[in-house]
Design a protein around this ligand. Structure first.
Ligand SMILES: NC(=O)C1=CN([C@@H]2O[C@H](COP(=O)(O)OP(=O)(O)OC[C@H]3O[C@@H](n4cnc5c(N)ncnc54)[C@H](OP(=O)(O)O)[C@@H]3O)[C@@H](O)[C@H]2O)[C@@H](O)CC1
Ligand SMILES: [K+]
Length: 243
């Protein structure tokens, strides 16, 4: 599928991996990635100034996540989505619903009880769409929507076990926004993502990931004006929503 390169207007079709690696390195080098604080701030501004409720942005995030999963999936792939009790988990649960709705076999790994109202609502919807709450014996694609930008380290025992199980599964590993346990401390247990689908803009913290990790940026509906405010280039999401 032809995709326009991030931060270019012309329709060059390049090798995906080469293109993303190149672009991400450029963004980090040029200091064009966002700190987590700036991203949180962007998030709150989107809610307050533009009246974009979190549920709407979560729906966009979950749809983009489901789309990147399908790029890696066969019709009969077994997909496990790990979700925590925050908005990162909520996005994962939206993806679980969308993938179930498209006919994929979707399982949910929930290391902690989902009690917060929005993730809980997303869980109920995903279950209604046919996602199963269990970890299968074999998994082809494992999604990390355990924890996002509000994670504190070290991880609790439950999340440490979850990421270790995912890492040992042999599945393709895809993280939503930022991988669970991400740190420059290599002794810190963390989700060893093959791909990261980060939301809205590249994040500085992703710079600690190995070069082999593919990083994609997903459109969640944040307007160009906001990028100008944070002095980072606005990704051209007009034709492709995953760059
Ligand atoms: N516009 C946007 O930006 C949008 C952002 N979105 C998404 O929101 C994500 C941020 O969501 P978030 O703020 O709800 O927090 P998140 O990272 O899910 O974690 C919170 C949970 O983690 C827990 N917890 C923390 N540390 C822990 C530890 N060491 N060990 C164990 N538990 C730990 C913590 O527990 P608690 O402190 O409550 O006990 C709480 O339950 C962001 O990454 C993006 O994916 C989209 O959905 C929508 C649009
Ligand atoms: K994550």
């Amino acid at each position: 599928m032809p995709i326009y390169p991030y931060n270019q207007r012309t329709a060059l079709i390049l090798d995906l991996k080469e293109r993303y690696d190149h672009n991400m390195q450029e963004h980090f080098k040029n200091n064009e990635a966002l700190s987590l604080e700036a991203f949180r701030d962007m998030d709150y501004t989107a809610i307050e100034k533009y009246q974009l409720p979190i549920e709407l942005m979560m729906e966009n995030a979950g749809l983009q996540l489901a789309r990147i999963v399908t790029r890696n999936a066969r019709e009969d792939s077994i997909i496990c989505i790990g979700a925590g009790n925050g908005n990162n988990g909520g996005g994962g649960l939206v993806a679980a619903r969308r993938l179930s709705g498209w006919g994929y076999q979707v399982y949910l790994d929930l290391p902690v009880e989902i009690t917060k109202p929005l993730p809980k609502k997303q869980l109920q919807r995903a279950l209604l769409f046919g996602a199963k709450q269990a970890v299968p014996d074999h998994t082809d694609i494992w999604v990390d929507a355990y924890l996002g930008f509000s994670q504190r380290l070290p991880l609790s025992r439950e999340f440490t076990k979850a990421v270790q199980r995912a890492n040992a599964s042999g599945a393709k590993l895809i993280a939503l926004d930022i991988p669970t346990g991400i740190s420059s401390n290599t002794y810190q247990p963390r989700f060893l993502a093959d791909q990261v689908l980060t939301l809205a803009a590249p994040k500085k913290i992703l710079n600690v990931l190995p070069k082999s990790t593919e990083i994609f940026v997903a459109d969640i509906g944040i307007p160009r004006e906001m990028y100008e405010h944070y002095k980072i280039p606005s990704p051209d999401f007009s034709k492709h929503q995953i760059l």
